[in-house]
Design a protein around this ligand. Structure first.
Ligand SMILES: Cc1cc2nc3c(=O)[nH]c(=O)nc-3n(C[C@H](O)[C@H](O)[C@H](O)COP(=O)(O)O)c2cc1C
Length: 186
């Protein structure tokens, strides 16, 4: 068992250890506009209905599109898109069309108006399930109403965010601990 020497750590930075990723791209559509933003702050909240909490800052252009349409698509990019993912997070859709700017393909969904990003490994069409935390925390609780997932590879190389510009790429898979796992646990 490892033993660590520890020191005080600023609580505002604990996110660096807790942020699970994967980094996602949130696409949205409202009136005659579409947009994409990069998002690391999301949380699974329920199996069924499949609820996901998403923190979308009120300063982001996407906030208005998502709040107005009450929909979005959560897209899962892989490491091949890492540069684009960061650039999308550095720009605002208020002055550029991010689909055109970054050469991404908008694909119509089946349940929501927000476009799927074709180049992403998975696309989850979402409808707003609970707006109760929007005002206080900028958190939208979405229900995934339709999921599209690539058939291969089984384990995509997703991008995970530690904060402060540090990223990691999903790595080794192991089934070693499965035998310890009690069925029924998360
Ligand atoms: C790696 C990364 C993770 C980010 N995570 C979030 C997040 O969880 N929530 C958020 O509101 N903004 C997040 N941002 C910032 C937005 O992506 C950024 O403000 C973006 O430009 C918003 O685009 P928009 O104004 O077109 O909506 C992140 C940016 C990066 C680069």
């Amino acid at each position: 068992m490892p033993r660590y020497i520890k020191k005080d750590f600023p609580s505002h930075n604990v996110r660096r250890f807790l942020e699970p990723g994967p980094i996602v791209l949130v696409s949205s559509a409202y009136k005659d506009e579409t947009n994409i933003m990069t998002m690391g702050w999301h949380m699974v909240m329920e199996f069924s209905p499949a609820l996901v909490g998403c923190l979308i800052s009120s300063g982001n252009h996407s906030f208005e599109l998502v709040r107005g349409s009450r929909q979005c698509v959560i897209n899962i990019p892989t490491v091949d898109l890492a540069t684009t993912v960061v650039k999308i997070g550095n720009t605002s859709g208020s002055n550029i069309d991010k689909f055109a700017e970054f050469g991404l393909t908008p694909k119509p969904g089946t349940h929501v108006r927000a476009p799927l990003i074709e180049e992403c490994y998975a696309n989850f069409e979402c409808e707003l399930a609970d707006a109760g935390w929007v005002k206080k925390y900028n958190v939208f609780v979405f229900e995934v109403v339709k999921a599209h997932v690539a058939t291969a590879p089984k384990y995509p190389k997703t991008i995970h965010y530690r904060g402060d510009g540090e990223f990691m790429i999903s790595g080794a898979e192991t089934a070693e601990y499965r035998k310890l796992f009690r069925p029924g646990m998360l």
